[in-house]
Write a protein that binds this ligand. Structure first.
Ligand SMILES: Nc1ncnc2c1ncn2[C@@H]1O[C@H](COP(=O)(O)OP(=O)(O)O)[C@@H](O)[C@H]1O
Ligand SMILES: CC(C)(COP(=O)(O)O)[C@@H](O)C(=O)NCCC(=O)O
Ligand SMILES: [K+]
Length: 248
């Protein structure tokens, strides 16, 4: 069995796939290293190999890798920055600066789409990346994700305060808010949708020959109906991870 990890700024997404990579055995989302080891122990699967991508600090990533090696007794392969992989060329001036989750998601998108693509990843941050039909990464955009937007509002104001449960209920519709929770939650979601719509408009003008749109990340579902042509691929980073880190 192969354990795959996507260590984002807020959550670790994990899944276990069959040795040939065709079958998904189990998967989950945890908010800490401890949570990961608990979930793995609970799953009862025997892991033989492990590969991961992390956008956390080097120290945090090394700590997790050491613990994985010690507790599972496996080698751990970490995705590394690269200027070129799987027919895609990294578009950053300094390719090492491009977030590894972005790099893997766009490798995954280009692999699945086999033509120009726009990849939007909605997590702690929201990122959009463009890849041309011939595999040139044209760069992208980063903006705060929904959790950061709402946290900034409550941190920097005196009277924006409401509970998490009220927030979830507020997103059931997008009429102008009649409470603080509705006004903030809906306002931030409309900002996200506006961002995604703008990326779509840019992709249309950049790629007149057509393109695929991929949505991924924990908040992808929240913008899906703003982009009906998009494919929601929750495991897109893992598609790219398999390309960047093949296990022989
Ligand atoms: N089961 C879930 N657990 C945690 N967050 C979730 C879940 N489903 C959706 N989300 C949303 O996903 C967001 C985190 O997305 P994610 O892509 O995991 O972020 P990151 O990669 O930055 O850690 C959260 O803000 C939350 O709104
Ligand atoms: C943009 C990100 C913070 C997104 O992280 P996430 O929301 O997935 O946790 C991450 O890809 C990152 O740290 N990137 C480095 C900066 C860059 O890509 O330019
Ligand atoms: K992201």
């Amino acid at each position: 069995m192969i354990l795959e990890l996507d260590c984002g700024n807020s959550f670790i997404k994990w899944r276990v796939i069959s040795p040939g990579g065709r079958e998904r055995i189990c998967a989950g989302i945890v908010d800490s290293d401890d949570g990961l080891f608990e979930a793995l122990a609970g799953s009862g699967v025997k892991v033989q190999r492990c590969r991961l991508v992390s956008v956390r600090s080097d120290a945090e990533t090394e700590q997790l890798v050491t613990r994985l090696k010690a507790s599972l007794g496996v080698e751990v392969v970490c995705a590394q920055s690269s200027s070129q992989v799987g027919g895609v060329r990294n578009g950053y001036h300094d390719y090492q600066r491009l977030g590894l989750d972005r790099w893997l998601a766009l490798l995954g998108g280009y692999h699945l789409g086999q033509r120009a693509c726009l990849v939007v990843d909605l997590g702690t941050a929201v990122t959009a990346d463009f890849v041309s039909a011939d595999g040139e990464h044209l760069g992208g955009f980063i903006c705060p994700g929904l959790p950061l937007m709402r946290d900034q509002l409550s941190t920097h104001t005196r009277r924006i305060r409401y509970d998490r449960e009220v927030a979830l209920a507020a997103l059931q519709e997008l009429e102008p808010g009649r409470s603080t929770a509705e006004a903030v939650e809906r306002g931030c979601l409309l900002m996200l949708r506006g961002f995604v719509a703008e990326q779509l408009a840019q992709a249309r003008s950049r790629f007149p020959g057509g393109f695929e749109v991929f949505l991924t990340g924990g908040d992808a579902e929240l913008v899906r109906d703003a982009v009906p042509e998009a494919q929601v691929v929750p495991d897109l980073v893992f598609v790219g991870l398999a390309i960047a880190c093949p296990l022989s």
